[in-house]
Design a protein around this ligand. Sequence first.
Ligand code: ZN
Length: 199
Amino acid sequence: MGVRRIASSVLPTAHGEFDLLGYEVGTGAVSESYVVLSKGALTAASAPLVRIQSQCLTGDVFGSTRCDCGEQLRVAMQRIQTEGQGVIIYHPEEGRGIGLLNKLRAYELQDQGVDTVEANHRLGFDADERDYSVCAEIVKDLGISRVRLLSNNPGKLKALEDAGVRVLERIPIEISPQGSSRNYLKTKKEKLGHWLNQV
Ligand SMILES: [Zn+2]
């Protein structure tokens, strides 16, 4: 599967200035758009910080406290800004891959007391439908073969390693649970195997 870099510009943000890259995967109606924030000179020898940020409209845009996504994105941007080098790949698979409206339906079920994994199952999906293969292709397109991964998710680490990207270090990105995110994070730890120590 080929990824094509079709745009490259600069994005000044509240967390510093980043290079803003646009990638396209596939063609025509089935093409997908991936946005990448990168900072610093990335070389094959460097092992930059890399964050795969799975899209979460409610967390990333609205600051939802049902989950930790928005805070994780901000922490990742700040950390990369501080270090002067790194990459955030914005992975367009909302709701662990079930899509935005299905995620909202899953929230409706969670409001009735089921957890995030059971909600996906009731809607006919796996607990996690995400595919990180394009993210790994983008890492390679950036000329990076070794990374330090900012993640709590064993699946992301495995996907990169399986694609031939060496993960030299896994750096936790753990946000203290707030009242409304505690059960969600507990389920991620217990049912999805995420590395979380604060729940
Ligand atoms: Zn989220």
